[in-house]
Ligand binder design. Structure first.
Ligand SMILES: O=C(O)CCC(=O)C(=O)O
Length: 382
């Protein structure tokens, strides 16, 4: 294989192979490292309208332009209590901006390998162009490359670490991030009201507007000759506060665990955001809102791009169930832990569906030493 496929060194335990290069060279058979155990493999994906149009279960669609704020808050809260996910339409982020951001990032993944490799990431910070999560030598790999960057706090944001090609990317990503942060703040107010709390309560638990954290992972899933054997991202819940996901309108891939435990394929509504609750909001809401497992399937016919914008609490604030939500006479469901501590906890145990959060339930928080490379505040890529 040519050197363009590798990013040797840089702190990884073995050379990093770009999935784009594997897709171009592997023919009809994917390498073993990408093959999932039978229990994790996706079942055949039904054709595009089967879930939505044929009336199968699906994540709710919420129109955020509703004038009645109580109705909007009830709809968002109901979706997050039951599914932990919804699609937000009329969300206020300009259509030309989100289409421009998607196009700019597609443009990056179409750059020649030597341009992309200028931004190759390392496990110390994960910032930049990457192809793996975790540092276990010989560990399983997902069928996807990604780009990870920080947006907030300002002290972690560095445009120089964002791709300079295509030329529109930095400015478009900056504008896009600013509008998505406004949307996150609005949804936080709806989520607060939906818990019967004052609208700013969740935001203050996150450190107040301006104190929050935000980062973005742009995923690129190349075409895959054996999509039934692998996943673009293995099952996980998001460790942070809330995720605003923008996906390709015409390629399906996201699967969400339904309330009755089935994997449901999401039919994307064009230009909608797929919003989901992360572990920190599950903790703060004392499990009223659910941080639900999801995963990504890949396609033999088309590549797919998605942009996951993670909106998080300030990383050094203690996060615990809000006392107003803990029934008298019952202990809170989770121990107090900062988001920094939680990320270290996850990094030490690896990604395992919902296992991390479940393992914390009703147990005292064990102090977790940070033995990994890099600072925990800059390492979460999920
Ligand atoms: O690509 C998708 O649809 C979802 C991506 C995702 O779950 C993630 O980046 O954490």
């Amino acid at each position: 294989m040519s050197s363009c496929c590798f990013n040797g060194g840089a702190g990884w335990p073995e050379p990093v192979v770009r999935v784009q290069a594997v897709s171009d060279t592997c023919g009809d058979t994917i390498p073993d490292r990408y093959v999932k155990p039978p229990s994790d493999r996706p079942s055949p994906i039904p054709p595009a309208s089967a879930a939505g149009v044929a009336g199968g279960p699906s994540i709710p669609v919420v129109d955020l332009s509703m004038l009645d704020a109580d109705a909007a808050s009830r709809a968002v809260a109901a979706a997050c209590r039951e599914w932990g996910f919804f699609q937000a339409v009329n969300h206020g982020v300009r259509t030309e901006l989100l289409r421009g951001a998607r196009a700019a990032w597609r443009g990056f993944f179409r750059q020649p390998a030597e341009v992309r490799e200028r931004y190759a990431n390392s496990p110390a910070t994960y910032e930049g162009y990457g192809s793996r999560l975790g540092t276990a030598k010989g560990g399983p790999l997902d069928w996807g490359d990604y780009y990870f960057l920080h947006f907030m706090p300002q002290s972690l944001k560095n445009h120089e670490k964002w791709p300079s090609l295509p030329p529109s990317l930095r400015e478009t990503t900056e504008e896009y991030g600013q509008e998505v942060v406004q949307l996150c703040r609005r949804v936080m107010r709806l989520l607060s009201s939906g818990l019967g709390l004052e609208a700013g309560r969740l935001a203050s638990a996150f450190g107040g507007e301006g104190g929050e954290g935000a980062c973005m992972r742009v995923n690129f899933y190349p075409r895959c000759p054996q999509p039934e054997l692998t996943l673009g991202v293995a099952a996980h819940s998001d460790p942070g506060g809330m995720t605003m996901l923008l996906v390709d309108d015409h390629v399906r891939g996201l699967q969400v665990r339904s309330p009755d435990g089935q994997w449901i394929t999401v039919d994307p509504v064009p230009d909608a955001f797929i919003v989901n609750v992360g572990d920190q909001i599950q903790v703060l809401s004392n499990a009223a809102y659910k941080s639900v497992e999801h995963r990504v399937t890949v396609s033999a016919a088309e590549d797919r791009l998605s942009m996951a914008f993670f909106y998080n609490p300030r990383s050094d604030l203690p996060i615990a169930p809000m006392p107003e939500l803990v029934p008298p006479g019952h202990p809170p469901l989770y121990p107090e832990m900062t988001f920094d501590e939680y990320r270290v906890f996850i990094r030490q145990r690896g990604l395992a569906g919902k296992a991390q959060l479940d393992s914390l339930q009703a147990k005292p928080a064990a102090p977790v030493p940070d033995s990994d490379a890099g600072s925990p505040s800059s390492t979460t890529v999920l």
